[in-house]
Ligand binder design. Structure first.
Ligand code: MN
Length: 242
């Protein structure tokens, strides 16, 4: 069975669709995108909340431009790169393309990464009051970083210290350790071209387009406020199925 299908198995296990007896033959891609497998479709999925939903942390105009212009362009350019480089989105996992990104063009790297990162980013946030991690993820955070506050501090520093454009990450390494780091541009920890390697669990966009309208040069304030909209339930599901 292909890795594409193993992704579906994980999805089914997580949602209980199989238990409910629902056929998956015609599972639409929007469902396949699900929370855990976020980013594994090649097309832009609907934003899981409205443009105003994360205010005041992220203002509506920033959300709208970010989603409908920036992220949308990554998805469009990724489709072009797939056509040019003979990647069939119906029989390929985006994560597998990213894991072998050194074999593809800069266009594939920038836009495959850009699309994956943003699809993940939208899911990493949610409206309402932020919860704290619990269960196995909470234990792992304490074990790896000493405390949740220490973890957040290290992650925030990774975002603040990323020079220019890029991302801060909490990842699960192949040897099952939680590690924090950052990548430049639209690179991510799945890529075979980066030093930081593992499954991204939580990602923060620190490109200026993610915060400049509201925060201007104050990236640290954006990061501080961002913790109030982090969707730890999503991060926890990623951790449990990684
Ligand atoms: Mn962005």
């Amino acid at each position: 069975m292909s890795t594409h299908n193993s992704g579906r198995r994980r999805f089914i296990k997580t949602t209980g669709i199989a238990a409910a007896g629902i056929s998956i033959a015609g599972l639409p891609s929007v469902l396949h995108a699900g929370t855990v497998t976020a980013g594994n479709t090649f097309t832009q999925q609907p934003l899981p909340y409205s443009y105003t939903a994360l205010e005041p942390v992220i203002d509506a105009m920033t959300m709208e431009i970010h989603y409908s212009k920036h992220a949308s362009a990554y998805a469009k350019n990724l489709a072009e790169a797939c056509t040019a480089e003979k990647v069939d989105p119906n029989s390929t996992r985006l994560e597998d393309v990213l894991r072998n990104i050194s074999k593809y063009s800069p266009k594939m790297r920038n836009n495959g990464g850009g699309h994956y990162n943003h699809e993940l980013f939208w899911q990493c946030m949610k409206p309402g009051t932020a919860t704290n991690p619990s269960g196995a993820l909470a234990s792992a955070i304490t074990q790896n970083f000493g405390s949740l506050d220490a973890c957040k501090l290290q992650f925030s520093d990774a975002g603040k210290n990323r020079f220019g454009s890029g991302w801060a990450w909490l990842i699960l390494t192949p040897d099952k350790k939680l590690v924090i780091g950052s990548t430049p541009n639209q690179d991510n920890p799945l890529m075979d071209t980066t030093d930081l390697k593992g499954m991204p669990l939580l990602g923060l966009d620190v490109w200026e387009h993610a915060y400049y309208l509201k925060y201007q040069n104050k990236r640290p304030d954006y990061i501080t406020n961002w913790w109030n909209v982090v969707n730890w339930d999503f991060v926890q599901k990623r951790y449990e199925t990684a």
